[in-house]
Write a protein that binds this ligand. Structure first.
Ligand code: NAD
Length: 455
């Protein structure tokens, strides 16, 4: 299956099917049509997989995927143009250009938490750059995976864009093949497996991973706005199962009580007194992740620190928004990525100390800061290494197609979105063209004393 898929894609790529701008644009237009015509199917699949509220599916997946297609359609002609660069004196006379070239046949392995967007968005980049693509959606979001397998061939050129469904064994078989790029979204653990498999064929990779995203909250903020943004960026993003959801908050000891009270109030406004009954809160994706999450708060040292929430319903796989205060740093909750509805708050004496707390952990995918203090904003940007950062809001940086999206260090390598997606799936070929003039005698042996005078 895996071998056959690659062979078929390779033949199509070698025949040059994916190279013309017209083919690329036609596929992108077909994706826009698919999104428009099948929005209800997409929403239903996302609801099946995660009980994702319709509004979240639309705002965070469907509309972003459509904008991404349109952005690529608008940019395509310009992006494909060779870029003229200055000629160097060493090559005079000559003309130099950078020619973007498709890489070939690429593999996209996607994750379950935004199973529509995280699959389609890299596919858009790969198509725009003129590649043949195999998409392997996550088996943990089975409804969305089978929707892709059914819908994509109805809309796009299936000789060049293929869906292969499956879990670990199918992905392992795919990884044994030779690819021209592997684009992986998921955990660092599997990221290492992908990287090792890619090394065998010297295949370049993009790894879109996760980690613990911090949110520093200063006491000078407009608290009403800040807590709404924090709450929607945590629980309004798949109930915390989002790679860029704030994993933990850092604030000062003196401000923490006011912040907790304000968060409680906003959570009650958003999800009511019984959040497990709220249709606006996604469920946990499956029982394995439910178990993983409940284990995190079972330990007494953690359970004792819950200041809000903690409700669970195993049957419905629901966990309510949960806030914890000053959990010991050596617990699993504080060392690993939470990827769920728990929001621990870490306290420091002075807000400036929070930068050291962030930097004591691995480099996050996203780092957030809420403050009006310009000096603190500058220190944060200058001194916190992160995939991306956002001041006074959460998650929205990924909606700007002019910004690259990706991690650094443990949170990933490579970036995409907008033109960065095109670049991610292109090789920038250096092309130098000379005439037959401009001969420099010193270049050629014999290196006579006369010629060596230039040394
Ligand atoms: P997952 O379990 O769906 O795995 C991702 C992909 O890896 C799936 O397609 C799966 O089939 C494949 N896979 C799983 N085990 C494998 C194995 N042993 N060998 C080969 N392939 C295998 O997703 P996940 O890993 O649970 O995703 C959660 C993680 O992803 C979190 O760390 C989160 O932060 C990160 N994430 C990052 C982004 C981003 O854009 N940077 C987006 C979403 C999620």
């Amino acid at each position: 299956m895996a071998e056959e898929a690659v062979r078929e894609m390779r033949a199509s790529f070698a025949a040059g099917r994916t190279r013309p701008a017209e083919w690329r644009a036609a596929q992108l237009r077909a994706l826009v049509r698919m999104i428009d015509e099948k929005e209800a199917d997409i929403t239903a699949a996302l609801h099946d997989d995660l009980a994702k509220p319709h509004m979240e599916s639309y705002l965070h997946e469907i509309s972003l995927a459509k904008s991404s297609c349109k952005f690529a359609l608008n940019g395509l002609k310009n992006w494909m143009k060779p870029e003229k660069v200055p000629a160097a004196i060493t090559t005079f006379p000559s003309s130099a250009t950078i020619v973007p070239e498709p890489l070939g046949v690429v593999l996209i392995i996607s994750a379950w938490n935004y199973p529509f967007l995280l699959s389609i968005d890299p596919v858009i980049g790969a198509i725009a750059a003129g590649n043949a693509v195999v998409l392997k959606p996550s088996e943990i979001a089975p409804a969305t995976s089978s929707m892709f397998a059914k819908l994509l061939p109805e809309y796009v050129d299936s000789t060049c864009i293929k869906v292969v469904e499956g879990g670990v064994s199918e992905t392992t078989a795919l990884l044994e093949q030779r690819w021209d790029k592997i684009f992986y979204t998921g955990s660092g653990t599997v990221g290492r497996i992908v990287l090792a498999a890619a090394a065998k064929h010297l295949t370049p990779v993009a790894l879109e991973l996760g980690g613990k995203c911090p949110a520093i909250v200063d006491s000078d903020v407009d608290l009403h706005v800040a807590v709404k943004r924090l709450a929607v960026g945590k629980w309004g993003c798949n109930n915390g199962q989002a790679c860029i959801a704030p994993d933990y908050i850092i604030t000062t000891k003196s401000f923490a009580p006011e912040l907790v009270d304000s968060l409680k109030r906003v959570l009650e406004r958003f999800y009511g007194k019984d959040p497990l009954e709220s249709a606006d809160l996604s469920r946990i994706v499956n029982s394995k992740h439910f178990q993983r999450l409940t284990n995190l708060i079972e330990e007494k040292r953690v359970a004792d620190k819950i200041v809000y929430g903690g409700q669970i319903d195993e049957k419905k796989l629901k966990i309510g928004p949960t806030i914890l205060l000053d959990v010991p740093q050596d617990t699993a909750l504080m060392t690993g990525e939470i990827f769920g509805p728990f929001l621990p708050i870490v306290t420091v004496e002075k807000i400036e100390d929070s930068i050291d707390v962030v930097n004591s952990k691995t480099k996050p995918l996203a780092a957030y800061l809420f403050t009006k203090n310009k000096k603190l904003q500058q220190d944060f940007v200058a001194n916190v290494p992160a995939g991306g950062m956002l001041v006074n809001d959460v998650a929205l940086h990924l909606t700007n197609p002019y910004l690259p999206f990706g991690g650094v260090g443990d949170s990933g390598t490579g970036s995409y979105h907008g033109k960065f997606s095109f670049d991610c799936f292109s090789h920038k070929k250096a092309v130098l063209v000379r005439g037959f003039g401009g001969e420099a005698a010193a270049r050629y042996p014999p290196y006579t004393p006369e010629k060596q005078k230039i040394l």
